[in-house]
Design a binder for this molecule. Structure first.
Ligand SMILES: [Zn+2]
Length: 94
């Protein structure tokens, strides 16, 4: 049971990492980003990010292109979030 669950989590994590901005344009998803240094947190519309970065950027890579508006750190993490919570996202915390 535990083994199966871990396997599923791993697959979903991989899928999450492969999501590109262009996959999030149906209006049901947003991108959340946070600063690893000061914890500053922000939600952004995918359309806004596509205008700046293009649709082929993978969501976890967005942080590379951003800078914290609070502390100017470039250590930013990003991931997609859906307005209808997906169960695996709630279990994804490390
Ligand atoms: Zn910061």
């Amino acid at each position: 049971m535990g083994k199966l669950k871990n396997h599923l989590l791993f697959d979903e994590d991989q899928a999450l990492c492969a999501i590109q901005l262009g996959d999030l344009t149906d209006g049901s998803a947003q991108v959340e980003a946070w600063c690893n240094r000061c914890g500053h947190y922000r939600m952004m519309a995918p359309e806004h990010l596509i205008k700046r970065l293009g649709p082929q950027v993978r969501v976890p890579e967005i942080g590379v292109h951003m800078e914290c508006e609070s502390c100017n750190s470039k250590d930013i993490a990003a991931r997609p979030v859906w307005s209808e919570p997906a169960p695996f996202l709630m279990m994804a915390a490390e």
